[in-house]
Design a binder for this molecule. Sequence first.
Ligand SMILES: [Zn+2]
Length: 276
Amino acid sequence: MGLASKIVGAVAKRLPAHGRDRAEEWLLPRRAFERLEVPASSALTIICDDGETRDLDIVDVLEQQGVKGVFAVSPDLIGRPGFLSYEQLRGLRAAGHEIAFHGTTHDPFTGFAGPAALQRAIDEGVARMVAEDLGTPSTLIYPFGRHNRWVRAAAAGRFGCAFTTWFGLNERHANRFAIRRVPFGAYVGKLAGTEAWYRGLIDRAAGGCCWPALMLHPAADGHTQAHNAMLGRLIEHARQRAVAVRTVCAHLPSSPAGHAGSPDRPSAATLPGARV
Ligand SMILES: [Zn+2]
């Protein structure tokens, strides 16, 4: 065991769930497939998790502003009471919104027995999305935001990038399979979460090489109608500051999935309460 791994192990024992994974991600060097140079032209991305019907409130805001968002769905939840149907999701996709993968069952990926079991589950869910004409998703949103070193390697064999619930703006360099987000509405926690604070983040992005991605749970406690109105004003502010509102696909057109021959990239063959 190398020194870095020993340090990670020592730190990890003292930390709760996400803390252990965060310490590992912070302490160990990024692998080649994880390195992401944030595009020089900043963008704001709006991501709704879970695919509940309240997402349609956000669709209204986006459409009024003439921009597109990302909707992360779990095939096991699609069509259940309170959740969008495949037909509704096909409509969103046809309108130019991006449909992202949020786990087949919404179970945390860190809870799978290993890469092979996780990839079997991913393949099953992705196949269902393809069969329902939702296309092959290139963006992964980790259920509960949970991931670790082996999960990121497994995800890299299937997706172009992945987002977590961990807070951050993604400035200059980021982990392509642990892209940070900024909660909006629900799950803001101890962050300020005021309109002035979000405007400040957009102002910071206006300086370039910055990619704030808002994390929305429109059906969760904490997300109100007032947030929908605020989102519209923030999109206007982004426009005034020349920060484009883009989907993940539009902002990262060349994902590593297009470079399957890279020796640094794990291939499929070699890889062994509140919804968030
Ligand atoms: Zn979720």
